[in-house]
Write a protein that binds this ligand. Structure first.
Ligand code: FAD
Ligand code: NAD
Length: 479
């Protein structure tokens, strides 16, 4: 079918067309509509029954389904590992993976309906189909029916897809990416994962808690290079004790999928090795989904890794075209994509918002969780910035001990001269929630002294942050 060109109702009818309905795109579309802009949001994702599936990677195959499985598997793990300490015992506990997966799917479906409802409520038109830009600035949609739009502005929020490696091509059966690893119908007896990054650790934890023997093959010699060195060292020890066999400095050279198993070949400084696994997950990062957007024809620049080049306001090299979230350089995180979306929507409406990624928090939802915001001590050393830091272990926290969940610590790093907080690093239960206070403090350019003089409820895990701030000045009370 030939796309309809410049049909009366489509021509110049929209102020903004947003390409992608992930956490970047749907949030940008809602904010545009709130600001009075006539907005259309286009997404090609459909469910197995052909119905629109909104929410992008995050909702369909990312943040939400992974957290649903992490929570289910954590509850199961607690039955045998935490509850006995509380005097609770359960005989014959077993996991029904089909029920766990159905619950996960219901959570995803319900939130997807929620996104559709929010778009509707705000008057955003939703179009299902793959969008592509043309040289003359139109947005062609290969939907049913095909459409051609000429909006005043286009926001590209096309997201990302799993990166592939030649040594382990996915086959959707034995060798899968993160999407496949979220959908196993039973715990593989032996699970191998290439990449000990965020996905490897989160999904490795899920299946390990349900009984899989998990081996993670990581190319780098350093574990979690972006994290605080103490957090990385301690968490690696904890994960290994939990049963995650993390092997660093391993170069995967090839895989042989067979009928029952897959053989993974890899090398390290000691020579060549191989392991057999029932399933292999490839979790070696993600790449921007920018190939099919017509960027070259439209004169929009990409960098050498395929990310759309943007300035500090999300503007691309073409006037009126903006890019946000995973398809543009920056942290590949849902909350960052959403904040980019809000900022760009406000700019389009004439506001003065600016994209700032300095206080974007990172969270790894293992148990204990890892969370951080700002810079690490090593990054500050590299930048020649003098710092001091304070650390407080949860083993000295009344709330953590009462809960029986006292592994890890909080570290606050501040500028040696001004005491402004430059980074906060947490390894511990509910680190994902604790980091929010640190983000707020940094947004307000708080000093460690400010945090130290803030009253924290007792007994809470947040007191750990308070004590770490006190420890910066060597005056922690409970150390
Ligand atoms: P996406 O969510 O990828 O959405 C892009 C959308 O654009 C898709 O719906 C796609 O169909 C659509 N699209 C692409 N091209 C076109 C086109 N040409 N026409 C029409 N539509 C198009 N991040 C977190 O912050 N916290 C987490 O806990 C977390 N967990 C994750 C777990 C896993 C297993 C994975 C894989 C990722 C996780 N992430 C997490 C990362 C997070 O999912 C992404 O950073 C986030 O989804 C990026 O949002 P986005 O809107 O930029 O892109
Ligand atoms: P990642 O960058 O976190 O980890 C990938 C790991 O694979 C790295 O440690 C890398 O060194 C390693 N690697 C790369 N090539 C390799 C090879 N050939 N052999 C062995 N190891 C190799 O990426 P990911 O875990 O795939 O996740 C992708 C992105 O999705 C994350 O960076 C993050 O932005 C996002 N995500 C976020 C969350 C969260 O916020 N909790 C959860 C999942 C994913």
């Amino acid at each position: 079918m030939v796309p309809r060109k410049d049909s009366p109702e489509d021509a110049a009818a929209f102020d903004v067309a947003v390409v992608g309905a992930g956490p970047g795109g749907y949030v940008a579309a809602i904010r545009c509509a709130q600001l009075g802009l006539r907005t259309v949001c286009i997404d090609k994702w459909t469910d197995p029954r052909g119905r629109p599936a909104l929410g992008g990677t995050c909702l369909n195959v990312g943040c939400i389904p992974s957290k649903a499985l992490l929570d289910s598997s954590h509850h199961f793990h607690c039955l045998s590992h935490l509850f006995p300490e509380h005097g609770i015992s359960v005989d014959g506990a077993r996991i029904d993976v089909a029920a766990m997966q159905s619950r996960k799917n219901r959570v995803v479906a319900s939130l997807g309906r929620g996104v559709a409802g929010l778009l509707r409520k705000n008057g955003v038109e939703l179009v299902t189909g793959a969008a592509r830009l043309t040289e003359d600035g139109a947005v062609e949609i290969a939907g049913s029916p095909p459409r051609s739009l000429r909006p005043r502005h286009v926001v590209l929020a096309a997201g990302s897809v799993p990166a592939a490696i030649e040594a382990a091509p996915t086959d959707g059966a034995r060798i899968v990416d993160s999407e496949g690893a979220l959908a196993f119908d039973e715990p593989p007896r032996r699970l191998a994962v290439i990449g000990a990054g965020v996905i490897g650790l989160e999904l490795g934890s899920v299946w390990n808690r349900l009984g899989s023997e998990v081996v993670l093959l990581e190319a780098l010699d350093d574990f979690l290079p972006g994290a605080d060195r103490d957090v990385a060292k301690h968490s690696l020890r904890i994960f290994r004790r939990q049963g995650l066999d993390v092997r660093l400095g391993q170069r995967v050279t090839g895989c042989e999928p067979g009928g029952e198993a897959v053989t993974v070949h890899f090398e390290d400084s000691h020579g060549a090795h191989r392991i057999e696994a029932d399933r292999l997950v490839v979790a070696v990062g993600r790449r921007p989904a920018t190939e099919a957007l017509g960027l070259e024809e439209a004169g929009i620049d990409r960098d050498e890794r395929g990310f759309i080049r943007v300035d500090g306001f999300g503007r691309t090299s073409r006037e009126g075209v903006w890019a946000i979230g995973d398809c543009a350089p920056g942290p590949m995180l849902a909350h960052r994509a959403s904040e980019d979306g809000i900022s760009v929507a406000e700019r389009i409406a004439g506001g003065k918002s600016r994209i700032d990624h300095h206080t974007v928090p990172w969270v790894i939802y293992t148990h204990p969780e890892i969370a951080w915001v700002g810079r690490t001590e090593s990054e500050l050393d590299d930048a020649g910035i003098a710092w001091r830091s304070g650390r407080f272990p949860f083993a000295a926290s009344g709330r953590a001990l009462a809960a029986g969940d006292a592994e890890g610590f909080v570290k606050v790093v501040s500028d040696e001269t001004t005491d402004e907080i430059l980074g906060v690093h947490v390894l511990g239960a509910q680190a994902s929630e604790l980091i929010a206070e640190a983000v707020t403090a940094m947004e307000f350019q708080a000093s460690a002294e400010d945090l130290a003089r803030t009253v924290h409820a007792h007994p809470t895990l947040a007191e750990g942050l308070h004590e770490a701030a006190l420890a910066v000045d060597e005056r922690a009370i409970h150390l």
